[in-house]
Ligand binder design. Structure first.
Ligand SMILES: [Zn+2]
Length: 262
């Protein structure tokens, strides 16, 4: 795994610090409440950044269980944010869409949304959308995930205007009424996070909820932010065994009755 440059680390720590403060405030503000109308429990598997192994190792596991993945993409050429060191080949994106996977936005340059001003962020989102439309003609990213899970009040308002949903990294279950601008998500990397993931699936089954998982790379020796194929397999198998539909975030929107914003 690559060393995180000291400046990048400091920057991320600042964002994380600010985010602790925001964590109490952000859920209360700029809410876009939606009452879920799904008739069956749903599980979504999402991958941030995304290192190629999330596709080559991760997608076949989901596909074996009848599902597809949501991949939150930054299309900047500078990929220092990606700790996997796996590189990235955007030419795979059209085939991913054809195979039913979802491409979603993660900013262009992996911006920290607690530290970046809304004007810079808006221009950055435009750039990611334009680049995506070049690579996959006509493709529009409907959903967003906050890089580092960091979200500020202004950025939450901005994403609420620009995307149908925005996903964070705070663990939890979507059930009943959700805030579309700050969806919870549970990490499925680190063995200690797998048992809670299985418990969330059980809770989704009981409460007819929607659980969203996230990871980064998927390989036998993953980064500290990645899953082993076995971990992904165990969680996907549990979702299928619990009778959950494995859906992309975009597919889940139709199930929960949330119309995509134009
Ligand atoms: Zn990221």
């Amino acid at each position: 795994m690559n060393e995180v440059p000291a400046v990048a680390r400091l920057y991320r720590e600042q964002g994380a610090f600010l985010n602790k403060f925001y964590r109490r405030l952000v859920p209360l503000r700029h809410r876009r409440p939606h009452r879920m109308t799904n008739r069956r429990p749903i599980v979504s598997f999402t991958f941030d950044d995304f290192p190629p192994s999330a596709l080559h190792e991760g997608a076949p596991i989901l596909e074996r269980h009848g599902g597809r993945g949501t991949y939150y993409v930054c299309l900047a050429d500078d990929r220092r944010f990606d700790m996997s060191g796996e590189g990235f080949d955007p030419s795979v994106l059209p085939d991913m869409v054809a195979a039913g996977h979802e491409l979603a936005c993660h900013t262009y340059a992996h911006r920290d949304c607690a530290l970046t001003d809304p004007g810079t962020l808006a221009a950055d989102l435009d750039r990611n959308a334009a680049r995506m439309a070049e690579i996959v003609p006509g493709y529009r990213m409907a959903n967003f995930a906050y890089p580092y899970g960091n979200v500020g009040l202004d950025s939450k308002a901005l994403m609420g205007r620009r995307f149908t949903t925005a996903r964070g990294i705070w663990s939890g279950l979507c059930a009943g009424t959700i805030d579309a601008s700050l969806l919870p998500s549970h990490k499925i990397y680190g063995e200690e996070n797998i048992a809670p993931a299985l418990a969330l699936i059980e809770e989704a089954r009981r409460r007819n909820g929607w659980v969203i998982f996230f990871s980064h790379d998927v390989r036998r020796r993953p980064t500290a932010f990645g899953s082993t194929p076995d971990q992904l397999e165990r969680v996907a198998a549990a979702a299928a065994a619990a009778g959950c539909a494995i859906l992309t975030v975009r597919e889940a929107l139709a199930e929960i009755g949330l119309r995509e914003t134009a």
